[in-house]
Design a binder for this molecule. Structure first.
Ligand SMILES: [Zn+2]
Ligand SMILES: [Zn+2]
Length: 174
């Protein structure tokens, strides 16, 4: 079998690959390479653009964002893969929302009521400070549940409590 191929190759004067070489010189091949480069360029730009778009939503820092975009532009699809691996897992908007939620939670904790005399943390349903014994809030005359000073109606029994209570200045919010 191999002898036969050698014989055929030897028998013909011209290069057996001449037609293949001719093809590579043909306008068709030229067009194909051109299209290939064009598609590559489009893919490259698309990758860089995707990195830019995604990084803008995930990266807060300007310098890091520039590095990400530069990686996308210089390394194209490869840069995109690298970026996809190392990119921050969460969006900036999500992170902001989380931070806001944390802040609100901290605020709520900070708003934790304290006795204005001895600064002991007191719960919302404490009637008197457990440390110094000062009155923190009154109770509903009808059902006996703790009442906030700014409430107009007792939420437990619907009794109108506005004005019925003495001003509770002892109670404050830190
Ligand atoms: Zn106290
Ligand atoms: Zn009540």
């Amino acid at each position: 079998m191999s002898h036969w191929i050698l014989a055929v190759a030897a028998s013909s004067d011209s290069n057996p690959f001449q037609s293949v070489l001719d093809f590579f010189k043909s306008p068709t091949w030229h067009f194909i390479t051109l299209m290939f480069y064009f598609l590559l360029a489009v893919l490259w730009i698309a990758c860089a653009y995707w990195v830019f778009k995604d990084a803008r939503r995930r990266v807060d820092d300007k310098v890091i964002l520039e590095v990400c975009v530069l990686t996308g532009i210089v390394f194209g699809p490869l840069g995109l893969i690298v970026y996809a691996i190392v990119r921050p897992p969460e969006l900036v908007a999500d992170r902001r929302e989380q931070e806001l939620e944390m802040q609100m939670m901290e605020q709520r904790l900070g708003e934790e009521s304290r006795c204005s005399f001895c600064k002991t943390p007191v719960r919302d349903d404490y009637l008197v400070c457990p440390t110094c014994g000062r009155r923190l809030r009154t109770t509903c005359a009808s059902c006996g549940k703790p009442i906030e000073p700014n409430w107009r109606v007792c939420p437990y029994c619907e009794t109108d409590v506005h004005g019925a209570m003495p001003p509770v200045s002892v109670y404050d919010r830190a």
